[in-house]
Design a protein. Structure first.
Length: 304
């Protein structure tokens, strides 16, 4: 993991207040100077934290002591150590360990996005609560964590436009990579885990599909039935999102399509009128002139 170049001076890492909400879970990320590659030499004493700690071993080798257990440290290793677990990393006699660390806590929050699946928040909390010490075995997972760490570090140091939004997104991705490494299998009842839109949220899709059939004899009552609304509510909905009544939107759609068709000199105007839903040529020509200031023939001549 190479050090970014052309960076501004390092911020006061401990003072950065970076929180990420995932459903009903509020994550608080605790950074310090070890968020940049930090070379450790000599003997360190066992210690613990009230937070989870991610350790990314950039280079060097040695031993990671977890309570009374010893784990060999190798370059490109990634560890997750749970809160309250005593640990220390000690380099070999003729070696030094360069690592990057970041800590985080999480707690249940009183509010949650109403569209977020609560069971996913519960899964994340349950999986993380069982962590004592976890070695990330999957190369792809480790590479993803290294990539996210480097992106985070570069983003915070350079601080481009809308930096917090991207930092927030990257920390969310970091939690996802951690949880997926901790739980690689998903039960069948969670296979279809994405939330579904309600009828209210589907209404704009329904409206768009409805007016795409502009050549048919469409009425406001037909659309009202599809939306489970009254005709008055439909017009209010169309005014809110399209700034048009039902009649105005239908005419606008038909005239815009007719303008494109008129650019084809081989297509008779009568046929165009029928294609956009007007059986009476007189009505088509009247509405077309109202909208464009030109008759269909004049429009064709102007834009041929």
């Amino acid at each position: 993991m190479d050090e970014p170049t052309n960076l501004e001076s390092s911020p006061d890492w401990e003072q950065l207040n970076i929180k990420v909400r995932i459903g009903s879970l509020l994550f608080d990320f605790l950074l310090d100077s070890n968020f940049v590659p930090n070379k450790q030499t000599g003997k360190t004493e066992k210690h613990n934290h009230s937070a989870y700690e991610i350790q990314c071993i950039v280079s060097g080798s040695g031993v990671l002591y977890i309570q009374d257990t010893k784990i060999s440290i190798m370059p490109n290793s990634v560890y997750l150590i749970g809160p309250g677990i005593f640990h220390c990393a000690r380099a070999g006699k003729s070696d030094a360990i360069t690592m990057i660390t970041v800590r985080f806590t999480f707690k249940k929050h009183t509010s949650s996005d109403p569209w977020f699946l609560q069971r996913e928040s519960d899964q994340i909390a349950s999986i993380l609560s069982d962590v004592r010490c976890h070695l990330f075995p999957d190369d792809a997972g480790k590479q993803a964590i290294y990539r996210i760490m480097e992106q985070l570090r570069t983003e915070i140091l350079i601080q481009p436009f809308v930096v917090y939004t991207n930092v927030h997104s990257l920390f969310s991705q970091l939690i996802v990579e951690i949880v997926r490494s901790l739980r690689t299998s998903v039960s069948a009842d969670h296979a279809d885990a994405l939330p579904k839109k309600s009828l209210d949220e589907m209404r704009l899709y329904i409206i768009d599909h409805f007016f795409a059939e502009f050549e048919k004899k469409l009425t406001v009552h037909m659309l009202a039935a599809k939306l489970n609304l009254s005709a008055k509510q439909v017009n209010r909905h169309l005014q809110q999102h399209y700034h048009r009544t039902f009649k105005q939107k239908l005419i606008d759609t038909r005239i815009e399509v007719a303008k494109d068709l008129l650019r084809n000199p081989e297509l008779p105007i009568q046929a165009i009128a029928e294609k956009v839903g007007y059986e009476a040529m007189q009505n088509f020509c009247r509405l077309f002139r109202q909208r464009t200031g030109l008759t269909p023939s004049q429009f064709r001549e102007k834009f041929k």
